[in-house]
Design a protein around this ligand. Sequence first.
Ligand code: UTP
Length: 286
Amino acid sequence: MKAVIPAAGLGTRFLPYTKAQPKEMLPVLDKPAIQYVVEEAVESGCREILIVTGRGKRAIEDHFDRNVELEDYLRRQDKLKELEQMLRVGNLANIMYVRQKEPLGLGHAVSCAEQYVGKEPFAVLLGDDICIDGDPCTKQLINVFEKRNATVLAVQEVPRNKISSYGIVTGSKIGENLYRVEDIIEKPSPDKVKSNLATIGRYVFTTGIFEKLKTAKPGIGGEIQLTDAVRGLLKGEEVLAVHFKGRRYDIGDKLSWLIANIELAAERPELKEALAAVLKDRTHRR
Ligand code: UTP
């Protein structure tokens, strides 16, 4: 299955950092956020990847390219471990790029992938969402897709005060962690919905989504919303939602980015003890 990674958004929640830097290149420990996303796609069986970029996002292409000068330098310095890491990043997947000329919304970014995707189902992974679980989130969606041949979304419960920041799904439970979607609304006010199941940035789509995106009108924020196109799909196709039980970080949100760095550092053998000592010391001093 091919994968599409939208990464053309402006990242206004992370200004001023994102004025000249892509938010998808924010470091989470020592890797840019989008590398975690590409690795998840590859671990889920998607080695053909399209990244939707935009103005000011060149660092993303450079990151996944070879850097022969750096490789030569590392070889000469006998830094073979680092060299091996650099070669691995350059060879992770077969990555292509398309530019979304204006940031007209996530739905519009996905529609830029139509020619690349062709007539096959495809996965979408948002370039600023990191999902961590034993089984990669996208793999969990693909497993359901293979059984049901239907569009599948990943969802997670969110607190009530966050409902108006997400696409919210209502549906009936049809299996362990599996729902049949009955409705989906972008950024509703909490009193308008009974559910708190929010779409996180992982999807598997049938190509029917492109038809719906073509007729989608600008929604909330004047953007072409992916949620509205999914809502259109519901009229003619089954749409399912997998309740993702792993951890998810929205790297475009400052607090979530900070938590990602701390939690992932706490799992790194070379960092965890020093980090625990610093946190303990700070807590005592306060
Ligand atoms: P966000 O909803 O986080 O939007 O996009 P944003 O504009 O990037 O960030 P804020 O809200 O202003 O801080 C979710 C994903 O969709 C991509 C983003 O790059 C991100 O990976 N996206 C969004 C596009 O590719 N194009 C768009 O027009 C909008």
